[in-house]
Design a protein around this ligand. Sequence first.
Ligand code: NAD
Length: 479
Amino acid sequence: MIDALDRLEGLLVDGGAAHANGKLDVFDPTTGDQIAGIATSTTEDCLAAVEAASQAAGRWAATPPRERAELLRRCYETMMAEQAEIAALLQLENGKPMAEALGEVAYAADFFRWFSEEAVRIRGEIRRSPMGDKHIMVLPEPVGVSVQITPWNFPAAMPVRKIAPALAAGCTTVVKPAPATPLTAYYIADLMARCGTPQGVINLVIPEPPNEATAAMLADRAVRKVSFTGSIAVGKHLLRLAADRVLRTSMELGGNAPFVVLADAEVDVAVEAAIAAKMRNTGATCVAPNRLYVHEQVADDFTEALSARMAGLTIGYDRRPDAQVGPLISTRERAKVAGLVTTAVSGGAKVVTGGRAPDCSGYFYEPTVLADVEPDAPILTQEIFGPVAPLVRFSDEASVVEMANSTNAGLIAYVISGDLGHGLAVGQRLEAGLVALNRGIISDASAPFGGVKESGIGREGGFEGIEEYLERKYVASNW
Ligand code: NAD
């Protein structure tokens, strides 16, 4: 079907043939057609992967940082050389528009590049104790074997954002990609092997359902860390499992992002930021604005301009190459989005544009703007994960800060203001790990990404990202 699938030969299961380990069917959300069937991993396979990672751990930790860096750099360069091929595979199983698929591959590759640069800059420290009786040596050491679990919405970027810092720090890893989009992760594992990653350093498993095998892996004494990106509910479940073994954890969980347009905002700037943030991956991102609070002074202009832009976006029926909007990942996700819109409308919200699932193959939903949404509507309290922008008017800044903070999530908040000082002051009052000021896109391999409150623990990317895979050993010494 596409060249990239040929690389995965051996992994793919014949048509409808049964497989000893079970078979996972992968679908194209643009058409609803089945693309591939892959053999799933048993619990024994997953434990064998942990064993392989454990066997490889000592040698990998002892590999000179420069060698680890050069391997990661080769992965970056190879990924960029194969960008179009990987993007085609990613587009096939995830459905995002081709321009975004290409962008995601570059974003993912950038984590290989960034952490290749970080691998050689891991620093320890020597301090003199205040009493002068000893030297305090603080030595960085790799955490050890990590289990890394990723979601379907960024099939390349989410795995690489975890694999690259782990390998840079000297950790080996077992990666479990999402069942809806496993092919890109397998491609990346194959690419890493071609670039010279030693056997056992990265291991891919796809247990389905994942519960039992994941619990067994986290119970294995060889595992020292779990890193997870996904929903808050699953994150809490994994934290409970991790507690039993006091594992190190990194949690990148769901959000419920407020997008605050202040009275002094320029409407054009607000609309551009809203479109970029809301419509990336057709609204299925953890950082998608979920609640747009707009000051009454600019509300009419903003609603009109945003609705015109949303209505003018090109929907990717039949995989058209200039698509700006893709399908949702499944009929179930689409039904959830449609249900949230229906409930909002019955609560008094007005559909300004969109508001329906078009009659076509593929799991599409029209770009939608809802005005006059009640501040307590369910659509504002759970992740929409679709192309729907619910607008709430406000008049008083103190109350909008309170509304924005009235959630257990705290991943990102957007602030739009024509006055930098004003925007910064409001941003500081918002409970979020990330603030986007006068812009819609924030992701960058060189910046620390992560949430507060129930949106997570730890940071990925930036100087902070490698710390998630390092322990600090204190050696007290007399010289
Ligand atoms: P999900 O939590 O359903 O699944 C994520 C991964 O966890 C998948 O690989 C899934 O198979 C696995 N999983 C589910 N139950 C498990 C269990 N019991 N044991 C082990 N693994 C299990 O999330 P999703 O629907 O794939 O992704 C969407 C969610 O991810 C949203 O909430 C979104 O906000 C969040 N997300 C967060 C970030 C971030 O950086 N904070 C980035 C992307 C997505």
